[in-house]
Design a protein around this ligand. Structure first.
Ligand code: PEP
Length: 233
C-alpha cells in the first residue's frame, strides 16, 4: 500500500479565532496507516497552531519562507526562525506566490536550493512539467533514500476555481514527472496533485497512478470537507 499525503493550505483565509477553532477540531483526526496529514496555517498563527496540534497526528508546516538567514530583511520569515519554532517543512512556489507576489522561477528555484541544503523538507509546487528544475534537484538531493522533497502539480487554472483537472490529465503529467525523476534516480520523490480537490473527487484522484497525495486549499479550511477527504481513502 503506497503512502499518501493530504496537505491543507489555509492560505490567508482564516483569522486567528477561526484558525484556532479549526485546529481544535482537526486534532481529533487520528492517523490511518500510510496516511500523512499536514496543515499550513498563516505564519502569524503558526506557533498557536503548533501548540494545539503538538500531541496530535497532524503535522504543521509553513506556507512559504524568504531567501535569507537572520538579518535585516523587513517583513521576512527565514528558515532558521521556522526551525526554531519546530516547523520541519514548508510549501514553496505556490502559484499565488508566483502570480500575486511576483516571485519569479529564478527566485523560487534559488529558494529551493537553499531549503534543500537546510534541514527542512519542502513541497515544491509547479504548474507545468517545464517548471520542475530536475537538474537543480538532482544536484542538491543526492541521497534517494533520504528524500526531503515533495512535488505538487497544481495547474493554476484549477486552483480555487472549482475546476478539477481530469484524472487522465493528472496521470499524464504525474507519470511524465515520475519518469524523469526515475531517470535521475529520484523515484522516491512523492508527487501531489492540487486544484479544487474536495470530498467528491478525492477518492479517484488519490487512487490514481503516480499520485501520492493531494494539496488542498479551500476544502482544507472546512473541517467536514477535510474529514471527508481523509475518509475517502
Ligand atoms: C492550493 O491552494 O494549493 C489549492 C489547490 O487550492 P484549492 O484546493 O482551493 O483549489
Amino acid at each position: 500500500m503506497k503512502k499518501l499525503h493530504i496537505v491543507g493550505n489555509w492560505k490567508m483565509t482564516l483569522n486567528k479565532e477561526d484558525s484556532i477553532a479549526l485546529a481544535e477540531k482537526i486534532k481529533t483526526i487520528s492517523k490511518k496507516d500510510n496516511l500523512n496529514i499536514e496543515v499550513a496555517p498563516t505564519s502569524l498563527y503558526i506557533n498557536d497552531i503548533l501548540k494545539i496540534l503538538k500531541e496530535s497526528d497532524i503535522n504543521v508546516i509553513s506556507q512559504n519562507f524568504d531567501f535569507e538567514s537572520l538579518g535585516s530583511f523587513t517583513g521576512g520569515i527565514c528558515l532558521d526562525q521556522l526551525i526554531e519554532l519546530g516547523v520541519s517543512k514548508s510549501i514553496l512556489g505556490h502559484s499565488e506566490r508566483r502570480s500575486k507576489f511576483n516571485e519569479s522561477d529564478d527566485q523560487i528555484n534559488s529558494k529551493l536550493e537553499t531549503v534543500l541544503k537546510s534541514q527542512l523538507d519542502v513541497i515544491f509546487c509547479f504548474d507545468s512539467y517545464d517548471q520542475v528544475p530536475f537538474d537543480l534537484i538532482k544536484n542538491n538531493l543526492n541521497d534517494n533514500s533520504k528524500i526531503k522533497l515533495t512535488l505538487a502539480y497544481e495547474p493554476t487554472w484549477a486552483i480555487g476555481t472549482g475546476k478539477t483537472a481530469s484524472i487522465d490529465h493528472i496521470v499524464e503529467i504525474h507519470t511524465k514527472v515520475k519518469n524523469t525523476l526515475t531517470e535521475y534516480s529520484l523515484q522516491n520523490v512523492p508527487i501531489l496533485y492540487g486544484g479544487s480537490v474536495n470530498p467528491s473527487n478525492s477518492r479517484d484522484i488519490l487512487s490514481s497512478n503516480n499520485v501520492d497525495g493531494v494539496l488542498v486549499g479551500g476544502a482544507s479550511t472546512k473541517f467536514d470537507q477535510l474529514l471527508g477527504i481523509v475518509n475517502s481513502i
